[in-house]
Design a protein around this ligand. Structure first.
Ligand SMILES: C[S@@+](CC[C@H](N)C(=O)[O-])C[C@H]1O[C@@H](n2cnc3c(N)ncnc32)[C@H](O)[C@@H]1O
Length: 458
């Protein structure tokens, strides 16, 4: 491993921090300080850490790491090496009042170039609070460049169900930014986040806010697909949001996990998949699993033209799906590409232009995906639910908040009624950016559930 210019940590502690989720405990801030700074600066003095608000807890966390705490705003002109901005417990109205603007302006001139800022916000099962946190993170990019998020999983309890490990009902966002802009992007002031409707957390969502999943190992055939989700997870959602005999649909079925899970729960499972090889595997698996001969099918088709697919039911009762991770599978040198190539497995979904995984830019990709989702939603029955399993995208050091954009992009027709975090704990950590920059391993997925207004006819 290369020399560590970022901090004073040994490689084991460094690597542990790269995981994008962590069990949140009091004092967790100290591990951020130790990761994002060295103990001493170039002149052998303790590095200086800005903090806001002036809380004894933050001050103590900085002091325990041997660094020097600097309460913000501060009028001295000494440079800062890192800053902690703790916005836990702030009401949405706070963000329009100007306090934070003053802090950011101050911090912008004081923070060393390429130093980091961590913004803390907490959320539970209130969708509006999550959206407010995302909004503040987006707005902070007027001063600093968003590098990544880590989530702190609080309120941990053990679960005795076979595939669910630890779980909990509170979450702390730690959004990490870097000071790389030469001037704030105008207008450099926060506007209060929009008043997001407070949708009731849906009582059907009998899943904890966050959970660690330990699925059984994948079988050889389905390893052909680079991004499959586990049936045990889909089954839980299918059981929560549909009834026996309902039609469950997935517009981008991959190797057919949705349909396998659906027929296993005595639901009719339908889907589309653009890639012939994956669709063939899905059909083969379905043949083997559908022992009760429930009505089910995966068609090879472009979801953008679902109205042309013959045999597809006109009404869907529940939709569960996971989109391509933009063109990330096509990225040369992407970690999955390297290891998959070595094993002789396909490295992307297809070369087709209609494959969303081949869209050249993020805006077009998002727009095309949302257009497909809107078509699907037209067929979702009133009162029905849709679940999207998705990660925010990180590409060449830039964050594209894909999960958040999907919530915004569907809110004109659906009510966001649930959010869960699926945490992965069974993948080996990769030393991205080791010793130079913060690049996390994203091991958490957003599970977003929406409700179509209206009541289900009995
Ligand atoms: C994340 S994967 C889905 C994996 C699936 N949930 C599973 O567990 O196997 C996304 C899938 O979308 C497919 N896809 C991309 N563009 C498509 C389109 N326009 N229509 C239908 N499928 C498409 C890709 O081939 C890929 O298999």
């Amino acid at each position: 491993m290369s020399r560590n210019r970022l901090n004073d940590l040994d490689s084991k502690t460094y690597m542990k921090f790269l995981k994008s989720w962590f069990p949140f405990e009091t004092g967790a801030e100290a591990s951020f300080i130790s990761f994002f700074t060295k103990t001493l600066d170039e002149t052998n003095h303790p590095t200086r850490i800005g903090y806001y608000p002036d809380s004894p807890v933050l001050k103590r966390a900085i002091e325990t790491t041997g660094r020097q705490p600097v309460s913000l705003p501060d009028q001295s002109d000494e440079q800062l090496h890192y800053a902690l901005i703790d916005l836990r417990g702030k009401e949405p109205s706070f963000f329009g009042e100007g306090d934070l603007d003053a802090i950011f302006h101050n911090l912008f001139s004081r923070l060393k170039h390429r130093a980091y800022v961590t913004l803390w916000m907490n959320c539970g099962t209130d969708m509006a609070a999550h959206r407010c946190a995302w909004d503040v993170a987006r707005q902070t990019t007027r001063w600093f460049e968003m590098k990544d998020e880590k989530i702190g999983c609080a309120g941990m309890t053990d679960n005795d169900q076979p595939y669910l490990g630890a779980q909990g009902g509170q979450l702390v966002y730690a959004f990490n930014f870097r000071h790389t802009l030469s001037a704030p992007k105008a207008p450099a002031s926060l506007t209060p986040p929009p008043h997001y409707p407070e949708h009731q957390w849906d009582t059907r969502l009998r899943m904890p806010l966050w959970f660690v999943l330990k699925p059984p190992p994948r079988k050889e055939k389905v390893k052909l697909h680079p991004a499959k989700y586990p049936e045990v997870l889909v089954e839980r959602f299918i059981k929560n949001f549909s009834r026996p005999d309902d039609v469950v649909f997935d517009p981008m079925s991959g190797t057919g996990s949705t349909q396998i899970a659906a027929v296993g729960c005595h639901r009719r499972g339908y889907g589309l998949e653009l890639n012939e090889t994956f669709a063939d595997i899905a059909r083969l698996r379905l043949e083997q699993h559908n022992v009760q001969h429930v009505a089910a099918a995966v068609y090879t088709a472009d979801a953008g033209h679902l109205e042309q697919v013959k045999g597809l039911p006109l009404r869907f009762d529940y939709v569960i799906t996971s989109p391509p991770y933009w063109d990330m599978l096509n990225m040369k040198g992407a970690e999955t590409q390297k290891s998959r190539k070595e094993k002789g497995l396909p490295v992307n979904y297809s070369d087709s232009e209609t494959d969303l995984g081949n869209c050249p830019d993020y805006a077009t990709f998002l727009q095309r995906l949302l257009r497909i989702y809107h078509k699907v939603i037209q067929r979702l029955r009133p009162g029905g639910y849709m679940t999207v399993i998705v990660k925010n995208i990180k590409k060449k050091g830039v964050i594209y908040p894909f999960a958040w954009d999907i919530v915004d992009g569907l809110s004109d027709v659906l009510e966001p009624v649930g959010i869960n975090f699926w945490l992965q704990d069974d993948i080996r950590l990769a030393p991205y950016g080791y010793g130079n920059a913060w690049v996390s391993n994203t091991f958490h997925q957003y599970i977003l559930t929406f409700h179509k207004p209206g009541k289900r006819e009995v």
